[in-house]
Design a protein around this ligand. Structure first.
Ligand code: HEC
Ligand code: HEC
Ligand code: HEC
Length: 129
């Protein structure tokens, strides 16, 4: 009955491997593409709240922390690792510098298929939507 087992079993192994590949190939950190984005260049906006490399991978977490602190604990000031103080505000602080949301936030998110829903409520800078 199982006279074909020597073909069937390797076939099954390959099929199972192919079927589960999307799962095990994704183990570890996902990789993203980082297009050239428009970073602010004004005299008083040369430096982000935290170092660029950290911001690149952690800004989502930072924004969640900001939201929780503001909404739950009414904490409105963020002390950065370099000791500098910032107002906790997506609109005024982040987008105050990153006013070109389209060529900054949106450009990178679009390249990575990320669609934050924040702008349903938070106001995006005018004139570049
Ligand atoms: C005072 C101006 C300023 C503020 C406020 C600011 N940024 Fe930045 N941000 C910059 C600059 C300038 C850079 C580029 C940094 C560099 O080249 O060192 C940058 C870099 C970044 C990067 C990395 C971009 C890349 O090319 O990888 C992200 C993401 C980012 N900012 C998000 C945010 C978010 C989210 C907030 C609010 C929590 C914020 N920024 C607040 C000025 C600012
Ligand atoms: C250099 C690329 C880049 C730039 C610039 C950038 N982001 Fe992101 N952002 C990402 C990536 C990649 C993710 C997805 C990360 C993940 O899912 O782990 C993300 C996720 C987020 C999320 C979480 C969304 C979700 O659904 O989980 C928020 C909020 C966010 N970004 C806000 C901003 C804001 C605000 C700016 C502009 C001030 C900005 N980002 C600029 C790359 C970028
Ligand atoms: C359903 C509406 C809604 C959505 C969607 C939403 N927020 Fe908010 N967010 C609020 C409200 C309301 C507050 C409270 C404003 C206050 O107390 O100053 C707030 C406060 C915040 C704050 C702190 C105060 C401020 O003005 O920035 C941050 C940071 C923040 N949200 C980030 C985000 C991010 C990031 C997203 C998307 C991932 C998001 N929010 C999506 C409604 C929303």
């Amino acid at each position: 009955m199982l006279y074909n087992a020597k073909y069937i079993i390797p076939g099954l192994v390959v099929a199972v491997a192919a079927f589960t590949a999307p799962f095990w190939l994704n183990i570890g950190t996902p990789s993203y593409t980082y297009p050239d984005v428009a970073v602010p260049t004004g005299e008083d906006s040369k430096q982000c709240v935290e170092p660029k490399e950290w911001m690149r991978t952690q800004h989502m977490t930072l924004l969640n922390t900001w939201r929780d602190e503001a909404v739950r604990f009414d904490k409105r000031t963020y002390v950065a690792t370099d000791g500098k103080k910032w107002d906790i505000s997506l609109q005024n602080t982040c987008l105050g510098c990153h006013a070109n949301k389209v060529d900054f936030c949106d450009k990178c998110h679009n390249s990575n298929n990320v669609q934050p829903y924040c702008w349903n409520c938070h106001v995006a800078p005018k004139g570049n939507e």
